[in-house]
Design a protein around this ligand. Structure first.
Ligand SMILES: CSCCC(=O)C(=O)COP(=O)(O)O
Ligand code: ZN
Length: 203
């Protein structure tokens, strides 16, 4: 199977998985896989991510320019490109809109601290639960290029950058070296966000 076809199959399967978990309601969410040093496979804009076919995946370059100009890539393509440009180890990117990530992103301020959870081990460099990750929360913006510039400025000022972030009132982005690992990170992250939400509701 060609690299593009393999990536499309992985993206279709990821959509089914995240839809089953309720994290891509309506036409929310978008996914991508890096193909090589300058290209990625990404979802077509506006499709329901639980019902994707391989035709709903297209190829763009790291500037977001489509190989097939007849297709329109995700409205958030430049956020995927921003991750692949910045993090050479990133091989797959997932974006979802869960209730937990949306609610927490609205009440959290500039970051959500995840501390003491066994599932922190899904993130790189955290071999124990005795760790803490400050997940950045950035303002939502319909100007995606401007949002990416804000992220780049934020990352410039950070030491260790966690492989994910939240967008206020919008959703989460997570990346990893490949799609299975990106799915694991998203599931781990969403589990911890749900825990944070439930713990807050007990206070
Ligand atoms: C109805 S969801 C609004 C757009 C969005 O946030 C999203 O994740 C999906 O956009 P896309 O263009 O990738 O389908
Ligand atoms: Zn979105």
């Amino acid at each position: 199977m060609r690299l593009e076809e393999q990536a499309a199959v992985q993206i279709v399967a990821a959509g089914r998985r995240l839809d089953a978990l309720g994290w891509v309601p309506a036409t929310a969410g978008n996914f991508s896989v890096r193909l090589d040093a300058r290209r990625l496979a990404v979802t077509v804009s506006g499709r329901h991510k639980g019902f994707l076919t391989t035709d709903d995946v297209m190829v763009v370059d790291l500037d977001g320019v489509a190989e097939d100009p007849a297709k329109r890539s995700s409205a958030e393509t430049l956020l995927h490109c921003g991750i692949y440009r910045r993090f050479p180890e990133a091989g797959a990117v997932l974006h979802g809109h869960s209730i937990a990530n949306t609610v927490l992103s609205r009440v959290a301020g500039g970051s959500v601290t995840l501390a003491g959870y066994e599932l922190l081990k899904v993130f790189p460099g955290l071999p124990t639960h005795e760790a803490s990750v400050d997940l950045p929360v950035v303002p939502n913006d319909q100007d995606i290029a401007r949002m990416q510039r804000g992220l780049d400025a934020l990352w410039d000022g950070m030491g260790a950058i966690p492989p994910g972030y939240l967008i206020q009132g919008h959703g989460s982005y997570v990346w990893a070296p490949d799609m299975p690992m990106a799915l694991a990170r998203m599931e781990g992250l969403e589990f911890m966000l749900r825990c944070v939400l439930e713990e807050r509701s007990l206070r």
